[in-house]
Design a protein around this ligand. Structure first.
Ligand SMILES: [Zn+2]
Length: 430
């Protein structure tokens, strides 16, 4: 290689001077250096001490790779002795650029974390040729999952649960800051979803935050409700901000209507046993029935039409569901939405099948949570952002299948969601 392809670079490490550089058979750089520090703060009394007291044994510190070759710095840290303290303790020198356990530079830790985003500890360990324990240590030291409320300004909060393992009844509660679209952040990953489990976090929220909140989007979990009520400690604030997610409302109604569909179609299937051709029309109607007319292809619409001809009551049921959907899609103000939904409830109550009322339970729930359901019409905050975060978390969960513990999982969630832009500043937020 000609001289013109060479240049020198700054290692960005102060307090050392390079004595010698060798390249081993793998092409890795070994930089032998000496420490130039002449003083240090006594770890006991905090005074500056300057009297040298030998050196620590040689330490090897991994630094950022150069042209894809690994870089190791070999040096011995000087020790200083304190003459102020009675027992004359010694303190060894450590520069700011060294990581906590002295094994690599902080820049290297940052580099490893950047590699870890959207990846696994195992993958990063393999690529950087270090152990998984080293990667885990880097995560542990650098990712903090507690938040400093003083640094937070938030207008929209989301609270949702995520199932850890199917069928194990183990859940995490995810609290998120969804104030800025596309820039959602995790505020807490809580192990569990019961009152006792989530109360400590919500109790830590300062009054200033409660006052600045426009909405807290939740599902209808009674537990989230009662904890929010207790910790907001102000009924006016609670009534104003706690907003039941409209998609949870829609889901509740959808389930009720779907139950009716099942009941009616099963009856039809029984009645039409001998009429094979007509029976075919009842089949494969679940999907189109569950969707809005605008989302349906022509053949789905046809199928639905045939079903409705056989069971006109289902058409009525479907339309009632869609009517509520249209109210939520409208630009109504809260007070007008309230009037519309009251009228909708009366209409829905008019729908009756033998001995069974598909809308009764839904309407009961609506009136129980009315204020908080109607809050949607104030800011039109839905859980779209929360769902987006949930999907990201599910991907992290799947990718990391064997998370050692919840804290480790939480740290990875914080890294991949909150700290992504910090480690990859040029990344376009998605
Ligand atoms: Zn001292």
């Amino acid at each position: 290689m000609g001289k013109k392809t060479k240049f020198s670079i700054d290692l960005k490490l102060d307090h050392i001077k390079i004595k010698n550089v060798t390249i081993d058979k793998n092409g890795d750089y070994h930089i032998y250096a000496a420490c130039t520090a002449t003083s240090i703060t006594c770890h006991k009394c905090g005074k500056i001490i300057i009297k040298p007291y030998g050196q620590c044994k040689e330490t090897i510190i991994e630094h950022l790779p150069i042209l894809d070759d690994r870089v190791f710095i070999h040096l011995k840290w000087p020790r200083f002795i304190c003459t102020n303290c009675e027992d004359k303790p010694t303190t060894s020198f450590h520069p700011d650029w060294l990581n906590e356990n002295g094994g690599c530079t902080k820049l290297y830790e940052k580099f490893a974390l950047k590699n870890l985003i959207n990846s696994t500890e195992k993958d990063v360990a393999e690529k950087l040729v270090i152990t998984e324990e080293i990667v885990a240590g880097i995560v542990n030291r650098n990712i903090v999952t507690t938040i400093n409320w003083d640094e937070i300004f938030i207008t929209r909060m989301g609270v949702d649960e995520i199932a850890l393992r199917k069928g194990h009844k183990s859940y995490l509660t995810i609290v998120s800051d969804i104030s800025i679209i596309g820039k959602s952040k995790i505020l807490a990953v809580i192990d569990g979803r019961t009152k006792d489990e989530i109360n400590p976090f919500f109790s830590s929220i300062p009054k200033r935050i409660w006052n600045s909140l426009e909405s807290v989007t939740v599902d209808m979990s009674a537990c989230y409700f009662s904890v929010l009520k207790d910790t907001a400690n102000d009924d006016v604030i609670f009534d104003r901000i706690v907003t039941i997610d409209r998609f949870h409302v829609a889901k509740l109604l959808g389930n009720a209507v779907d139950k009716e569909r099942k009941k009616v179609t099963n009856k039809l299937k029984e009645d039409l046993k001998s009429e094979q051709e007509t029976l075919e029309q009842v089949k494969s109607t679940m999907w189109p029935f569950r969707h809005h007319p605008d989302d349906l292809e022509e053949d789905d619409k046809d199928r639905l039409k045939k079903l409705f001809t056989l069971a006109p009551s289902l058409k009525e049921c479907y339309d009632i569901r869609e009517n509520l959907y249209l109210i939520f899609e409208s630009n109504l103000e809260k007070k007008d939405a309230k009037i519309k939904i009251d009228a909708w409830c009366i209409m829905a109550m008019g729908y009756k099948t033998k001995g069974h009322h598909p809308f009764e339970k839904f309407i009961e729930t609506y009136y129980r949570y009315q204020e908080n359901i109607l809050n949607y019409f104030t800011h039109r905050h839905s859980s779209g952002a929360v769902e987006g975060l949930n999907n990201k978390i599910k991907v992290i969960k799947r990718r990391g299948f064997g998370f050692r513990n919840i804290l480790n999982f939480a740290k990875r969630i914080f890294l991949d969601i909150n700290l992504k832009n910090q480690y990859i500043p040029n990344l376009q937020s998605t």
